[in-house]
Design a protein around this ligand. Sequence first.
Ligand code: ADP
Length: 495
Amino acid sequence: MRVLFTSPEIFPLVKTGGLGDVAGALPPALHRAGAEMRLLMPAYPGVETLTEAKPVANLGDPFGRGDAVVLEGRMPQSDLTLWLLDCPALFHRDGGPYQDGAGQDWPDNDLRFALLGWTAARLSRGDSPLPWQPHVLHAHDWQTGLAAAYLRAWGGARPGVVFTIHNMAYQGLFAADLVPRLNLPWSLHTMDGFEFWGRMSYLKAGLAFSDKLTTVSPTYAKEIQTPAYGFGMEGLLSYRAKDLSGILNGADYGVWDPAGDSHLACRYGADDVVRGKAANKAALQAELGLPAAPSVPLCVVISRLNDQKGMDLLLAIMPALLEQGAQLALLGTGEHAIEAAMQALAKARPDQVAVRIGYSEGMAHRLQAGGDILLMPSRFEPCGLTQIYALRYGTLPVVSFTGGLADTVVDASYATLLHGKATGFVFQQCTPSAFQWCVERAIGMYRRPEQWRDIQANAMRQAFSWDQAAGRYLDLYRSLLSIGEGGKAEGGGQP
Ligand code: ADP
């Protein structure tokens, strides 16, 4: 089984969130399960050096921004073959993969990710200049959605296409006059194609033209077929329900396990969790300038700071949390108003609140290890990895009952405690009062160390395996092996 796996970010090369983690860990698991993998992502600055990539093909200049050259290198840890799409005018710039240093979307994201989709489609077909074609193209999120549209436009023999939704909120919406500029036919710009309320949506292209759709948890797969979570695309998703499945993400315990985590002051496992967490908590409090207080509950947040993640709910309950005597340590970036409000809080209450605005892989690990309670009050959460990591670190999560949070955390109720199943604290309605009550329940439980340790032990035992997820993806790929012959061309049949 040959699989071309394309994502706009792949850990450890580039990561802005969970998608990067998934794209870093799933391909090695698929490889272990027997698939032959090629990875494709843009050649952001520095990546070609890290992967020792060399040019192997020139695909020409479809959009007038310079030639698209394919570089071939190796992934740093897994040694899998990586193809980098090199187009300096589009990808060689300082800043993030999607935004500049000031947090503004790059103005040419339309062309940047059209080229990624176009390249994935080019490298998937029999007329690719490279001597390797996939049975399946597996594309991730809106940045790769046009790959399926190009394959549909060109017609002819093609691989099966699997498209994975990591977040319905990001839809890749651009003005419709882009359609001819991207050499796509207007016949695909329809209600059942990539047209979305008069604009063009790269996400919808992926949803409409891929053979199979997946998302990253079973609950989110159901939720996105409803108006509350479908962001206007619930109709299309319900229509495609028989092709849509939810495959729960795994965790890469090679990266996220306190027993082998090189970012920590002190490594620990389930058998020495009390000692290990105490040492990491003391180190974290010292690092963040919080009072050294071993028995005060330390709540941690590692998050994008926006509405999705319920950061307004966190701000709303802060007085109650402080009243309880808890500490809060937060790491994140996002909306400026939330960043400013969090920073103001830290300034006003330095004895209880520490805030770090920015992105730090090392600190994310140290917060997981040093914290007692992870707060994750998301309004929606396709899967969520942060709470899965927290479980392994014995940092009990407080989460809302949605998407992957509902699928991975078991609320500490009378019954689940009795049966040794509880792993955290879950609240149903995304309101400040429900969240506050849940945090207070967690803090109350923290003050009963014996029960707390039982829940910690359950949490640390959880194993969200990528190998299991890879098996499910392979089954899906196999179901597409007969696609091969493809359909008629929609747009003249020429790349
Ligand atoms: P999402 O992908 O929606 O942002 P997830 O919980 O699925 O949320 O994944 C978030 C990933 O990004 C985790 O690996 C988390 O540790 C990491 N992360 C989020 N914010 C930061 C930050 N400011 N610094 C370092 N890592 C972060």
